[in-house]
Design a protein around this ligand. Structure first.
Ligand SMILES: Nc1ncnc2c1ncn2[C@@H]1O[C@H](COP(=O)(O)OP(=O)(O)OP(=O)(O)O)[C@@H](O)[C@H]1O
Ligand SMILES: [Mg+2]
Length: 253
């Protein structure tokens, strides 16, 4: 494990919603160019934890965060430039949420906000991002039509392309396939496998088979506590903690 680069380092992380502590002293190093799966029963803090990694919880009232999160050794809660952070650490949500505009404009949206106006450059970013998200061939002849006219699985890959267009280094995904049919799910899973060559991926999933299939490392959360964190193959064959074993064998959750 020690040969891998650490991309995100989380130290003594506590998070409170008002008085309710949702994350309790989380310590974890997430490796570069790997897929890390976050698993655990509903309400255990997976989405909350994921959101701390690009400060999405800042948008929620009454949240208190203690501890430290470093991306490439830099404390992300010390930086003033949250926009830049969210460019570097992008996010894909559970429900595909393309903007109500054309496929092209969905992908060009972020780059345009960052001041890119040159049509040739935008064309290139759009094509590269759509190719990167394995959806170029399906949409190349209808780039000017609404993204809302695509299937759910296609929409989710558009959202992944939109994230890629910002040239992030880390992509956070919160149950990205839970709203998709099995064929779209396997397309997104193949895509994730492909993406980890270039990106560090952290993915929340309720699907144990999915975690086992696509992740290198797995973190198991329970009631806001990180119970176990290890290489996925070890966790699924020889869990160290009884609670992990009970969860992955389907005894609860
Ligand atoms: N915006 C919020 N305000 C107050 N409490 C919240 C908020 N979001 C989450 N919580 C609480 O924090 C705890 C962790 O919730 P979280 O959404 O992180 O769980 P989860 O593991 O992602 O669950 P699920 O698998 O159902 O998505 C829960 O007790 C939840 O009720
Ligand atoms: Mg969640």
């Amino acid at each position: 494990m020690s040969l891998d680069n650490v991309k995100l380092s989380i130290k003594n992380l506590d998070l409170f919603y008002g008085d309710n502590q949702a994350l309790k002293d989380i310590n974890i190093d997430i490796k570069e160019n790997k897929v890390t799966a976050l698993i655990g029963p509903s309400g255990c803090g997976k989405s909350t934890f994921l959101r701390t990694l690009n400060r999405m919880n800042d948008l929620i009232e009454n949240v208190t965060i203690k501890g430290k999160i470093e991306v490439d050794g830099e404390d992300i809660y010390q930086t003033e430039d949250v926009i830049k952070l969210r460019t570097k650490v992008g996010m894909v949500f559970q429900k595909p949420n393309p903007f109500p505009m054309s496929i092209y404009d969905n992908i060009a949206y972020g780059p345009r906000i960052h001041g890119i106006r040159d049509k040739k450059i935008l064309d290139k970013i759009v094509e590269e991002s759509l190719r990167g998200a394995a959806i170029w061939d399906e949409v190349k002849d209808r780039l000017k039509t609404s993204a809302l006219g695509l299937s759910g699985g296609q929409q989710q890959r558009i959202c992944i392309a939109r994230a890629i267009a910002m040239k992030p280094e880390v992509i956070l995904m919160d149950e990205p396939t839970s709203a998709l049919d099995p064929i779209s799910t396997s397309k997104v899973e193949e895509l994730i496998e492909e993406l980890k060559k270039d990106y560090t991926i952290v993915i929340v999933t309720h699907n144990m088979q999915q975690a086992a299939r696509i992740s290198d490392d797995t973190a198991f959360f329970l009631n806001g506590v990180l119970v176990e964190y290890s290489e996925t193959k070890d966790m699924f064959t020889a869990p160290k903690d009884k609670r992990t074993e009970d969860y992955i064998t389907g005894r609860f959750g």
